[in-house]
Write a protein that binds this ligand. Sequence first.
Ligand SMILES: [Ca+2]
Ligand SMILES: [Ca+2]
Ligand SMILES: [Zn+2]
Length: 320
Amino acid sequence: MRLRRILSTVGVTGLTAATLFTVGPASAAVAGSGAVSVPDNVCVDQHADMKVRPGGAAKADPNELTAEQAAAREGELRQALKANAKMGPEAGIAAIVTIPVVFHVISENGTRAGGNIPDSMINSQMTILNQSYAGQFGGVDTQFRFTLQSINRVTNAAWYPIPYNTNTERQMKAALRVGGKGTLNIYTGDLTNGLLGWATFPQNTLNTYDGAVILAESLPGGTASPYNLGDTATHEVGHWLNLYHTFQGGCNGNGDFVSDTPAERSAAFGCPTGRDTCRNRAGLDPIRNFMDYTDDACMFEFTAGQATRMQSAWTAFRAG
Ligand SMILES: [Ca+2]
Ligand SMILES: [Ca+2]
Ligand SMILES: [Zn+2]
């Protein structure tokens, strides 16, 4: 999952004034009590307290795991690797893996403003995905590549915006999802809860919920600045390939289960300099990593450890 730093009025309805942190002039501060309506220029400073989330999203965020959930998933990964005869010594992949991608473009009414983004934005997104996973902006070549299989344009006002973690979302995916475990289904549209996107982790049994949901305007050329260079898709596909956030688990224990990403207490936003939220752990926070929450212009790399983790998960869960 990825959250916007600046949230829309809809996204923060229901938060109390005490949970809001504002930036800029004092006049932007929220007054009153009870349910508040927050103007668009108010920033909810989520890295002050990651428990502060709009719309209850944190309660059921599929990409935010408890320590127990993460441990269970690690056990599942080990079991699957053990059971998979194709597993190499490093559980990695020997060659480039090219993943077919299906874009489901959800639109309210068929217009550009209503979510019907042009082919050019989708093609640019494919280019960004390939460049990012090849390490062309920094970091390593993960060995993953992506090829556009098809664009499926859907006009359905009931799926616009795509309502996060609802029966409607499940029904939409059940109706639209195509392909096997190794086919990446991306759903674009407007999203509820102020979200930029969310994705499913790989698992033993494929179900129709599998895939990534991406804010259409986060694609390259979209309007969701500073999140409109295409890195939301890169981030969500990282989850789809089994990566956790760099701040998973905070400063303790295994964190994100990747040894070469320094531990991080909480999500970073913007593009902070010298951030070091785990002073007792080596390294500055990995704010340049695609699996943090920083601005698109700030994030540009995967590490070797993340590449190995994705390759292991591919072998265990998604390889045909
Ligand atoms: Ca780590
Ligand atoms: Ca540190
Ligand atoms: Zn995420």
